[in-house]
Design a protein around this ligand. Structure first.
Ligand SMILES: Cc1cc2nc3c(=O)[nH]c(=O)nc-3n(C[C@H](O)[C@H](O)[C@H](O)COP(=O)(O)OP(=O)(O)OC[C@H]3O[C@@H](n4cnc5c(N)ncnc54)[C@H](O)[C@@H]3O)c2cc1C
Length: 476
């Protein structure tokens, strides 16, 4: 470990994508991988010699800040801005195996590799996440029921920890690999990863879209049809009540081959494989207040449902629109105003679909407008100790934080999710209580044992980690 002095840093206020709970940290820009070593050494030195003004507040990595809550924040400590680690280190275009820096964004991987015939194995609803962030949250996509989550496609990674760097795979050090998969940055900083990409012929998807009249209808369609598709997702209108409760638009598809595309694209392979993301608009720093209220959200939901075809088969859609419609609007998180918003995402086992209905009913009862509600089915989870996916239903709801009794309402929903044998997704969380977290994630102690092996002084810390009792004073 380097003994160089603390690398240059800037005290900066940070939030997650939900813009709630800002805290200030010393942000170190990892313009070179050695700076991660230096920052780790500085955090260790502070832990060894805490002064009156410099308690052991530790260190954590940050990617593009797309986790919704406080995962990539570290009040009073060090935050390593890993987006600088954005190099492409090795490519095998025959096999689709690539080695990249931990700060490379999935967007840049798509821009470079889709035209060369390779797509990322898993993409979330935004492509503006880093490989390090994708590993730390073990992200899932619309293809989880077929392909599993992100870390199942990571063949090796370099992890900088307080006890030094580790080059590891699921075979060489399964404990550390799977603690890091979904470990929310609390086992170290991923500086490099090797990924297996998936082959594609074009940058288009062949998509089936259909409306579902209510929640039973959409769940039935997903249960009996999802296995025929690689990608599947349902957008749910959380404003509708009564016989229309849970009415939805279901979109499912797979990568389009060249022969699937219309003649104008087939005859122009450059166009058929182009991946050029465009931002259509950007929300201003201070958008007009009250833009998202129950009335505007209801109008949006009505418009979205009606705009969708009743049933449309095998329509080519560009990847950007199919996977990342929200990325077309820059800084859309500002729409919720200065108080911000949170995303409530839970998973419950297959047999607990009733809990999904109960939660949607509860939200409609209290007229809490969710602008965006997305339902997916997960396949089997991977061995990650804190990894989120497990077989069952996952629902993600964006909710404004200004709602007066939001905290108690969500505590009730947590209890229902727990009772159903489910859990809350940490990459979206900003409020879960530590005891509920421990009950939902029964392998926490195994995780902590692995963390202690590489971080005996408890240097790896974040706001989320301290809130959930995973690190900081009193942590195991
Ligand atoms: C619009 C939108 C849609 C989304 N859709 C989905 C979805 O469909 N599926 C899904 O799974 N997630 C989804 N997410 C969540 C997102 O994929 C995760 O939060 C992801 O971790 C964000 O990556 P990031 O680079 O922004 O990381 P950050 O938000 O900056 O950090 C997230 C976590 O990763 C850690 N971390 C970051 N970089 C590193 C590194 N180099 N080494 C070690 N740890 C690191 C941080 O410490 C933190 O704990 C969505 C988010 C948004 C905003």
């Amino acid at each position: 470990m380097s003994t160089t002095p603390r690398p240059k840093s800037h005290r900066t206020e940070l939030t997650g994508w939900g813009l709630t709970a800002p805290t200030a940290a010393d942000v170190v820009h990892a313009v070179h991988p050695s700076i991660v070593d230096d920052a780790m050494a500085a955090a260790l030195a502070q832990a060894d010699h805490p002064g009156p003004r410099s308690a052991n507040r530790g260190i954590v990595a940050r990617g593009l800040g797309r986790s919704y809550g406080d995962a990539a924040q570290n009040a009073g400590g060090i935050v390593v801005d890993a987006t600088w680690l954005d190099g492409i280190h090795d490519i095998d275009l025959e096999t689709g195996r690539i080695t990249v820096g931990g700060g490379v964004s999935l967007q840049s991987l798509m821009e470079r590799f889709v035209p060369l015939g390779w797509f990322v194995p898993v993409t979330p609803g935004t492509r503006l996440v880093t490989v390090g962030g994708a590993i730390a949250a073990d992200i899932h996509g619309k293809n989880h029921h077929v392909d599993g989550s992100f870390c199942s496609h990571v063949t090796s990674m370099t992890l900088v920890t307080p006890t030094g760097p580790h080059v590891l795979s699921a075979h060489s050090d399964p404990d550390l690999f799977w603690a890091t998969a979904g470990g929310m940055g609390l086992t170290g900083v991923v500086t490099e990863a090797t990924l297996q990409m998936v082959p594609v012929e074009t940058s288009y998807m062949l998509v089936d879209t259909e409306r579902a009249v209510d929640l039973d209808d959409v769940m039935d369609k997903m249960l009996h049809g999802d296995d025929d598709y690689r990608y599947s997702v349902a957008w749910i209108d959380c404003q509708s009540t009564g016989s229309r409760l849970g009415r939805s638009v279901l979109t499912r598809g797979d990568h389009a081959r060249l022969e699937d595309l219309p003649a104008r694209l087939r005859s122009n392979p450059d166009k058929a494989t182009a991946f050029v993301p465009r931002q259509l608009a950007r929300v201003p720093l201070t958008p007009p207040s009250g833009l998202l209220n129950p009335l505007t959200v209801a109008a949006f939901n009505e418009m979205w449902f009606r705009k969708a075809p009743t049933r449309q088969l095998a329509k080519p859609h560009h990847m950007t629109g199919f996977f990342h419609p929200l990325d077309g609007v820059g800084d859309w998180n500002r729409l919720y105003g200065p108080k911000g918003f949170l995303q409530y995402q839970f998973v419950v086992p297959d047999a607990e679909g009733e809990t999904v209905r109960r939660i949607i009913e509860r939200l409609t009862e209290v007229k809490l407008a969710s602008f965006l509600a997305v339902l997916k089915r997960f396949g089997p989870g991977d061995p990650g100790h804190l990894s989120f996916p497990m077989p069952g239903w996952t629902l993600a709801l964006d909710l404004p934080v200004g709602y007066p009794t939001l905290d108690t309402l969500l505590d009730d929903l947590d209890a229902w999710v727990l009772e159903a044998g489910g859990k809350i997704y940490l990459a979206k969380d900003s409020r879960l209580a530590p005891e509920t977290f421990r009950a939902m994630y029964p392998r926490v102690d195994e995780f902590s044992t692995v963390k202690r092996r590489v971080d005996p002084d408890g240097v790896l810390q974040s706001d989320l980690g301290r809130r959930l009792g995973l690190c900081g004073p009193g942590a195991p």
